[in-house]
Design a protein around this ligand. Structure first.
Ligand SMILES: [Zn+2]
Length: 158
């Protein structure tokens, strides 16, 4: 991670989202950088930080719920670093396929093109499930939105 990238994280921080339970600075001068979409107003249950402590699933009814869940989250192009909203994923995928097609194999283009779809397709739901397992901020938001279901294992599409 470059210093420039760290600076962008700070610039993206929303003033109202600063943590109430997590200090902005830790002993030794370590600065805590809060993700812009992270809500620290509600204390974390252990499963928010460690997904192995509880079986749970996230229930996503449609594309609109996915968009609300991902609000404020960013993904970046691995070829040039350009940032995109996490949802809809097709903004990022379209950029990669159109801007960097000379760097991609036909197989890569075909795989990434699946992310250009509109709506919550099975491929996009699986991708979102992976992000959910990786991003603490998404789990907090899903909790706050009441999307956590008591069914173990996977994303539920209704
Ligand atoms: Zn790019």
């Amino acid at each position: 991670m470059t210093d420039e990238h760290k600076l962008k994280v700070v610039e993206n921080e929303a003033p109202g989202d600063k943590g109430k339970s997590i200090p902005d600075e830790l002993p030794g001068g370590v600065v805590v950088r809060h993700a812009p979409s992270t809500n620290h107003a509600t204390p974390d249950d252990p499963w928010i930080r460690d997904i192995s402590v509880k079986d749970f699933a996230i229930a996503l009814k449609n594309d609109a719920v996915a968009e609300e869940l991902c609000e404020g989250e960013r993904i970046h192009c691995e070829y040039c670093g350009e940032g995109f909203p996490m949802w809809p994923v097709r903004q990022w995928a379209s950029h990669v396929v159109h801007t960097h097609h000379d760097q991609l194999t036909d197989q890569q283009i075909g795989a990434i093109a699946q992310f250009i779809a509109v709506g919550l397709t099975q491929v996009l739901a699986q991708w979102l499930a992976m992000q959910f397992l990786q991003r603490v901020a998404l789990r907090r938001r899903a909790r706050d939105m009441g999307l956590i279901a008591a069914v173990p294992g996977k994303i539920i599409q209704n």
